[in-house]
Design a binder for this molecule. Structure first.
Ligand SMILES: Cc1ncc(COP(=O)(O)O)c(C=O)c1O
Length: 442
C-alpha cells in the first residue's frame, strides 16, 4: 500500500507515475466497488504524465551548450536569450535568470536593502525558502495569517502587522493562484513599502490580466524540477525598475558592476544560472502556454466535480485572479463528509485507488529552524530578547493551523492528461466516501 507522502517526494512520485508500480490500464471506479485499500480493484491503474516532458530539441539545446564549452553565462548567450524571452512572455521590462528560486528571493531582498533590524511581512502557508530568504538577511519574518478559503495570505490582516521597521511585503502566489494584489498594492502604496512577489509556483498566472510577478517592485520565479517551467534547478527575477534590476544583477554576480571582472561595487554572491539551465528553459518555455491551458481546463472541470462532494472544498480564487497556473490543485478535506475518516486515512485510501495526494505544508512557525535561527548568536546580537521571544513563541495564525490539518494537494502533472483523468479522481473520492464507514471501523 502506498503511504501519503512528503511534498517533495509526492511531487516526484506523481510526476513519474512509475514509482507507483502501476501499469497503464485504466478502470472506472464506480462499478468495481470494493475499496482498493481493502483489497478491491483500484479506480486507476496507470501513470500520470511523466515530468519533465522533453523532445529532440531539448537534447539538441543541451548538446549545443556542451559542445561550445561555454557553460558559464559570463561567456555564453543562452542566459541572455532566455531572459529576453521570459521578460517578453510576462510583459516585464527586465528579467534576470539566477541559480534557483531561493537565490531569486535572496537577491531581491538584497536589492531592496533588507537587512538586520528590518521586518518583512510573509504568509505562513508557503515553502520554507520564502522565510529562509528573510532570515538569511538577518531580518525578521512577520507572519500574517492565511485566508483559509483561498489558501493565500489574508491581505485584510496585513496592515495591522506593519510597524515602522517593516521594509518589505512578500505575498506568495501559492499553488499558482494569486494573492489579493488589489489590497496588497493599496496597503504597500499607502505605507510606501515595496512588494516582492514570490511567484515561484505561479508561472503565467494573472491578476486582472497582468502576469503575477510583474506588479511588485520585484517578482521571483523558481524552475526547480517540480515546477511548471523546469530546468532541474533555476530561478528568475523580473522587474520594471532599472535600478533594482541592476542591483540584482550585481548581487548575484559577486557584487560586480557591469564593466570590469574584478571591480566590485557592492556585496554579493555567485548565484548565477548556468548556460545548460538557460538553454533547457528556453526550450521548455515553448510548451508552457499549451501546458498551462490544459492544466487550467482540467482543473476547472475537476473543481466542478469536487465541489459537489460533501466534505470537500476546492481552493477558492479571488475575483481578481484571471488566470491560475495550477502548480498545485488544492482542496480542503472535512472528515465529517466521510463518516469521520481522518485525513491521513483518506490520503492512504486515495493513494491505493491510484490517486497520489499530499497533505501539504506543516505550520512553519512551529518548526525548529525558526526558533533555532532566532536564538542564534547573530540574531541575539541584533535584536532585544523580547522581540525574538515574541516571534519564536507568540505567533498566532489559527486559520493557518486549521488549514494545515485540512489541506489536500494534487500535483500539476496530474492535470496534464485527458479529462477522463479528472473523472477518475472524482470517482476515487466518491468511492472512498461511499465506503468510509468501513475504514473508520477497520
Ligand atoms: C513558494 C516558493 N518560494 C520559493 C521557492 C524556492 O525555489 P527553489 O526551490 O527553486 O529554490 C519555492 C520552491 O519550491 C516555492 O514553492
Amino acid at each position: 500500500m502506498r503511504e501519503p507522502q512528503s511534498r517533495r517526494t509526492f511531487l516526484g512520485v506523481a510526476a513519474t507515475g512509475a514509482a507507483l508500480g502501476l501499469n497503464t490500464t485504466t478502470t472506472r471506479g464506480e462499478g468495481s466497488d470494493s475499496l482498493a485499500i481493502l483489497g478491491g480493484k483500484p479506480v486507476r491503474k496507470g501513470e500520470y504524465t511523466r515530468w519533465p516532458i522533453i523532445d529532440q530539441d531539448d537534447e539538441r539545446a543541451w548538446m549545443e551548450v556542451l559542445r561550445t564549452g561555454r557553460w558559464c553565462r559570463l561567456n555564453g548567450k543562452y542566459a541572455d536569450t532566455f531572459e529576453e524571452a521570459w521578460a517578453r512572455t510576462l510583459g516585464a521590462k527586465h528579467a534576470l535568470a539566477v541559480a534557483n528560486g531561493t537565490s531569486a528571493l535572496v537577491t531581491s531582498l538584497a536589492a531592496l536593502g533588507v537587512g538586520p533590524g528590518d521586518e518583512v511581512v510573509v504568509p505562513p502557508y508557503t515553502f520554507v525558502a520564502t522565510i529562509n530568504a528573510v532570515l538569511l538577511h538577518h531580518a525578521l519574518p512577520v507572519f500574517v495569517d492565511t485566508d483559509i478559503e483561498t489558501l493565500q495570505i489574508d491581505a485584510s490582516k496585513i496592515e495591522a502587522a506593519l510597524t515602522e521597521r517593516t521594509t518589505c511585503i512578500i505575498p506568495v502566489h501559492l499553488g499558482g493562484s494569486a494573492a489579493d494584489m488589489d489590497q496588497i498594492q493599496t496597503i504597500a502604496r499607502k505605507h510606501k513599502i515595496p512588494v516582492l512577489e514570490d511567484a515561484c509556483q505561479a508561472h503565467l498566472a494573472e491578476w486582472r490580466g497582468k502576469k503575477v510577478g510583474t506588479m511588485g517592485a520585484l517578482g521571483c520565479f523558481s524552475f526547480q524540477a517540480s515546477k511548471n517551467l523546469n530546468s532541474g534547478e533555476g530561478g528568475a527575477i523580473v522587474s520594471n525598475d532599472d535600478r533594482l534590476i541592476e542591483e540584482c544583477k550585481s548581487f548575484q554576480n559577486n557584487g560586480r558592476g557591469s564593466s570590469a571582472l574584478y571591480a566590485h561595487s557592492r556585496n554579493g554572491a555567485n548565484l548565477r544560472i548556468t548556460e545548460f539551465q538557460a538553454a533547457l528553459l528556453a526550450r521548455q518555455l515553448s510548451r508552457l502556454e499549451t501546458q498551462s491551458r490544459t492544466r487550467e481546463q482540467n482543473a476547472q472541470y475537476l473543481t466542478s466535480l469536487l465541489k459537489e462532494i460533501p466534505g470537500l472544498a476546492p481552493a477558492r480564487m479571488y475575483d481578481g485572479c484571471t488566470r491560475n497556473a495550477y502548480h498545485l490543485y488544492m482542496f480542503r478535506y472535512a472528515p465529517d463528509g466521510f463518516a469521520g475518516l481522518p485525513r491521513e486515512q483518506f490520503l492512504k485510501a486515495l493513494a491505493a485507488e491510484g490517486v497520489p495526494a499530499s497533505s501539504g505544508y506543516e505550520p512553519l512557525y512551529r518548526q525548529p529552524f525558526l526558533k533555532n535561527t532566532l536564538e542564534s548568536r547573530g540574531f541575539k546580537a541584533i535584536y532585544p530578547p523580547e522581540r525574538l521571544a515574541a516571534l519564536s513563541g507568540g505567533i498566532h495564525c489559527p486559520q493557518n493551523d486549521q488549514l494545515c490539518k485540512e489541506a489536500v494537494w494534487l500535483t500539476q502533472t496530474m492535470l496534464l492528461g485527458p479529462r477522463s483523468d479528472m473523472d477518475q479522481i472524482a470517482d476515487a473520492v466518491r468511492k472512498i466516501q461511499r465506503h468510509a464507514g468501513k475504514l473508520v471501523k477497520a
